[in-house]
Design a protein around this ligand. Sequence first.
Ligand SMILES: [Zn+2]
Length: 131
Amino acid sequence: MTTPSVLDFAALTELATASERVSIDCACIATPTDGWQTLPLSMPVAQLREVGTLVTGDEDEPSFAEYHPDGTRYWAAEAPIAPRYFPYNRCSVSECTVCGRCYLRYTEGGGYFVDQRIRLLKASLLADAAL
Ligand SMILES: [Zn+2]
């Protein structure tokens, strides 16, 4: 198994733009994931393929700072997607092999509390913000 490639902002934008153009119906959009969601039971994970990661490995532990310049919150559908900020700095990017939509995924918590989370990757929400 090869290590997933780190996606820079340009590569992420390209994936997000292509993903946003997809308009066909698909099982992966049965439950909306415009904001972060616990991986829905309806999500056909078998048809998600990892295409890259936002984990740069530059620091021992990625920042827990969140990026909300417009007063959004973590769960908001309008919350910006800023790759250097939590939780995007822990995310992998997966593509639905059926429709081509792209998703951000990471595992929240640790120990007794582990939650797989997923959010649709949207070009309009991307923010190339420095920490
Ligand atoms: Zn799909």
